[in-house]
Design a protein around this ligand. Sequence first.
Ligand SMILES: Cc1ncc(COP(=O)(O)O)c(C=O)c1O
Length: 372
Amino acid sequence: MNDNIQPFTPGGAPAARADVEQLKAYSAPLEGRRNMLRLDFNENTIGPSPLVAQALRGFSTEEIAVYPEYDGLREAVVRNLMEGGCRERLNPDQVGLFNGADAAIHAVFQAYGDAGDCVLTTAPTFGYYTPCARTQGMTIEAIPYEGETFAFPLAAIQEALTRLSPRLLLICNPNNPTGTRLAPEQIIAMAASAPDTLLVVDELYAAFTGDSVLPLVDFAETPNLLVLQSLSKTAGLAALRIGFAVGHAAVIDRVGRVTGPYDVNSVAVAAAFAALADQSYVDAYVAEVLRARDWTVEALQQAGVRHHCDGGNYLLIWPRKPVAEVDAALRGEGILIRSMAGKPLIDGCFRVSIGTTSQMQRFMEAYLRLDP
Ligand SMILES: Cc1ncc(COP(=O)(O)O)c(C=O)c1O
């Protein structure tokens, strides 16, 4: 045990593992969001396909009483991915089902991250990678995005990949929160150049860029690449928690070994079948978000507001007033945004999720009035 960690907490309860005692709980400001215009978590802002509501209304008490069954869901994910233009003819054993992409991320670290191993990633990026790495006692090498445009630090990542030979490389593409995009060809080439590293590409927002590696990758050739996707952001199932890992069957098997047998619940399974069967609903939502994004960028340019917009259903805004003040004022109007206070490179700005054009019109009207 680490010398600084006492065997009991100050309250007398037994101490956890040393890595856990040093961990700060990952907390997100999730309370009191009902009836607000929620532009703070990059969720779908209008809800899922009507087929999802229909599937949930048909959910029986018997189905609630029994443990979940997953028959056919991996096949449905494969069909959906193949229709989206996957290169490889995927087998169902190349798809892992998780309680949200968060649980997939956690499982990857548990399955692959030994104490003292290195995880290479970028900064700023999605916040959940860090506590997962720290729980395993891993070291984190986070390379900053570059310049005013937050360009992907390709040369620095490649150099670190060679120098450190990390156990894991996590790339969020497009990156949350900078929106930075990396060409899928570059990701596959990086994985091929570092066969001892598991390269995890978090594609939660790839539907907004079209930059998925899946149309290009053959996992038999690149077995050390793992792709994460989810039904939270585009399909509108964030509350139900369902995400997927797609990769080589052996990697999916290892990541599956550290998850519980029933971690994905039956309601999520029923909703996922319905959502996957209505891809046109998701496509229409993505198209509307992209229209709303263009409208918002134009409005910000016209108003002379400093902003940064790249991939994803979100953009960054640097307010004139202190960000905490603007955050509170918008909340007072029923509009939620996410302050980026304390994040490297982007401290002082906020991230606003893109919803529909009419939602963004409401946001812009309030924002320009409150931060003139
Ligand atoms: C980049 C990224 N990865 C993963 C997640 C987690 O997604 P899920 O809701 O599927 O757990 C999020 C959610 O904000 C995210 O932004």
